[in-house]
Structures are given as C-alpha cells and as structure tokens.
Design a protein around this ligand. Structure first.
Ligand code: CAA
Length: 379
C-alpha cells in the first residue's frame, strides 16, 4: 500500500494546474454565459498531450497511466468542466476503445489524429428513447455489400459539432437484442449526416452538446470496430473507463469549489472575525474536505485497478457514484459559505454547482451506477 504519487504524477498534476490557471480561467465565466465551446483552449490541450494521455506514443499518445489522467482531469475540472468533459470523452470514450479494439488501419487513419488532439472525437450511444436503457437502440446499420447504411438519431452528444470523428453505436440485427449491436466510425461531412440542435444546458454550458441525425449514411464496412454484434459490450467496456474520467471530473469540481470556499472563509469577516473562525463554517469545511478525500481515494483506486489490468467496472461505478454526490454536496455548501456572493457569477461557485449536476447524469445516472455496483456485490 503506497499513497505517494510519483515524481511523474506530480509533474503532470502541476502542468495541468498551471494550464488551468493560465489558459482556462481567463474567460471561463463568459464562455459559460455565452455557451461558447473553449475551442482554442481544447486545441492547446491537444498540443500539450492532454487529449490522448494514455494512448501508446506509437499512435501519438502520451503513453501515461490512468492515475496521470485522473490527476489532470481533476485539475482542469477545478476551473473549467466544459473543457474537461471534452478531454474525458476524447481520452476515455474515443481513443481507449479505438486503441484496444480498432484495426491497424483504423488506428493509423483515426487514432493518431485523435490522440494528438489534431481532431476530436465523440461517442454516440444515447438516443431519444435509449438513455439508461442502452440496449434499446433504434439507430440501425444495414449491411449493403462493402458498406452499412446508417439511419437514426443520437441525443446529448458531447463534442457534437466540434468533433470530426464519431463512434456510433447501432443495431445491426434487431432479432439478437444486445448481441445485434455494433459500433462504427463515422466522419463529419459524410452525406446524410446532419448535426442537429445544440442543447441549452443548466451547466457545462461551454461544452458542445448536440443531437445528430443519420439518413442513409454510407459507412464502409472497414469502419466497424470489432465483430458485428460486439457493439454493446464495446460500449459497456468503454463506459467502465469513461466513468473513471467523469468521477475525476466530479472530484475536480468539488475540490475547486472547496478551495474557493476555504480561501473566501479566511478573507470574509463577520461578527468581528474571519468567518473561518466561526464553528458553523469550520464544520462545513471539515465535512467538505473529508468527503473530497474519500472521493479522491475511490477515484485513484479505480484508476489504479485499471492500470494493474484488474477488473475495474465496479470500482469505476463506485467512484463515479460517490464523487458525483460529493460534487453536488460540496458545491452547494461552497455557495452557502460565500453567502450572497456565492449566488453571483463572479465568484465561480454557482457555476461549479450547476456543472456538478451533470456528473450524476452522464455516462450513466447515479441509479445506473447503483445497478452496476449491486450486480458486483451480489455476484
Ligand atoms: N462492463 C462490461 N460488460 C457489461 C457491463 C459492464 N459494466 N454491463 C453489462 N455488460 C454486458 C453484460 O455482461 C452482457 O453481456 P453478455 O450478454 O455477453 O453476458 C451485456 O452487456 C448485456 O448486459 P445486461 O443484460 O446487464 O444489460 P442491461 O440491459 O440489463 O443493462 C446497463 C445494463 C448497466 C443498465 C447498461 O444498459 C448501462 O450501462 N446503461 C447506461 C448507459 C450509459 O451509461 N449511457 C451514457 C451515455 S454516454 C455519455 O454520457 C457520454 C457523454 O457524452 C459524456
């Protein structure tokens, strides 16, 4: 048992912290207000190696471990969760599966550009009637010679209009249930592929969330990832890792709000002394710090299990379930510590509170995490 981060981990953490302060913090309030995607910032994240952190350097990745990835996610999410979700989707939901299950040609053509951040990717599972119930896919891909003809609609797709490469889950044989689902690589600009409306969201407002429509889109058969029928397992395995990234995002949102509340409590005076000297505030800070530390341990443990090649499905669900609840609790308390100032945009904590909510919803709601965990417990 060793709770010490290595020199390399500390360097990654420091680089991410510095980047978040110098590149993400300026303009974060305006991007939130205007629902503006942090395009230049995400491009710089690619240049610094944040968009393909765990990918083999042979495919332009950083060759780092999952612990490094969660450390970077935490630091970036303290400041800008809209930028960090783009990073998380690209790393965990797009690059990971392409590297693990893609053909050499797919890796050459797509993974190299995704891992370097030259382009970004999107993962398209959710549909208007298939969110939590992911097996109920309506999007279908019918084989036609050397192509599949893709038809359907996807909803709530992160990086929806900014991505260039889309991993699309679709039904290839409805009679086989979840064993008749496959995954395809689709490029932006292909005939019949239309990017639909942008969602106007409560939080992560800078993140680019869209519906997508596919009408008779011709997808080359060579763009299927893995065998026909492997798509559902592919999506589930992908989400096992994705949930570690979102858990780290939730941890970062909580830690960011806590750091702001701590600093504020030392400056703000009431009844003749800094509010940090009042027990009502001290108890809040103590609870926040304890919850964050417990969430951090679950996040690191899930990342460590993945790095060790051990089963991490349940650990990642636990980390996401707990860290997202902590993000919600802590951000609400951070607003409370700030009093009236916490309710206005300038002090950042109201944004973090709004951003926290999505971590209990995407990549599986808290209820889905409980299903995954209870299945592990009852096994
Ligand atoms: N890991 C690996 N395989 C898994 C798995 C997991 N966590 N969960 C299920 N599977 C496999 C099962 O082993 C089974 O395979 P076999 O038939 O070969 O044994 C198969 O998948 C079907 O499993 P179930 O019968 O358990 O399926 P189910 O219909 O009961 O539901 C579920 C499973 C866990 C509820 C699943 O549907 C689920 O995770 N739903 C939530 C989907 C989700 O997280 N969506 C988020 C969208 S992505 C997103 O938000 C991205 C973004 O933009 C930020």
């Amino acid at each position: 048992m060793n709770f010490q981060l290595t020199e390399e981990h500390l360097a990654v953490q420091e680089a991410a912290r510095e980047f978040a302060k110098t590149e993400l913090l300026p303009g974060v309030i305006e991007r939130d207000s205007e629902a503006k995607f942090p395009k230049e910032q995400v491009q710089k994240m690619g240049e610094l190696g944040f968009m393909g952190m765990m990918v083999d350097p042979a495919y332009n990745g950083g060759g780092m471990d999952t612990i490094s990835y969660v450390l970077a996610m935490e630091e970036l999410s303290k400041i800008d969760a809209s930028a960090s979700v783009s990073m998380s989707v690209n790393n965990s939901l797009v690059c990971w599966g392409l590297e693990k299950y893609g053909t050499e040609a797919q890796k050459e053509k797509y993974l190299k550009r995704l891992a370097s951040g030259e382009v970004i990717g999107a993962f398209c599972l959710s549909e208007p009637e298939a969110g939590s119930d992911a097996t109920s896919q309506r999007t279908e891909a019918k084989r036609d010679g050397e192509f599949y003809i893709l038809n359907g609609t996807k909803n709530w797709i992160t990086n929806g209009s900014t991505a260039s490469v889309y991993l699309v889950i679709a039904q290839t044989d409805a009679s086989k249930g979840h064993k008749g689902i496959s995954c395809f690589i689709v490029e932006k600009g292909w005939e019949g592929f239309v990017i639909g409306k942008k969602e106007d969201k409560l939080g992560i407002r800078g993140s680019d969330t869209h519906s997508l429509m596919f009408t008779d889109v011709k997808v080359p058969a060579e763009n299927r990832i893995g065998d026909e029928g492997f798509g559902f397992t592919y999506a589930m395995e992908t989400l096992n890792g994705g949930r570690i990234g979102i858990a780290a995002q939730a941890l970062g949102i909580a830690a960011g709000a806590y750091e702001l509340a701590l600093a504020y409590s030392k400056e703000r005076k009431a009844f003749g002394k800094p509010i940090s000297q009042h027990q009502a505030i001290q108890f809040k800070l103590a609870d926040m710090a304890t919850q964050i530390e417990a969430a951090r341990m679950l996040v690191y443990k899930a990342a460590w299990l993945k790095d060790q090649g051990q089963d991490y499905a349940h650990a990642s669900a636990m980390a996401k379930l707990y860290a997202s609840e902590v993000a919600m609790n802590v951000t609400v308390e951070a607003v409370q510590v700030h009093g009236g100032y916490g309710y206005v945009k300038e002090y950042h904590v109201e944004r973090l509170m709004r951003d926290a909510k999505i971590t209990q919803i995407y990549e599986g709601t808290s209820e889905i995490q409980r299903i995954v965990i209870s299945r592990g417990v009852l096994k």
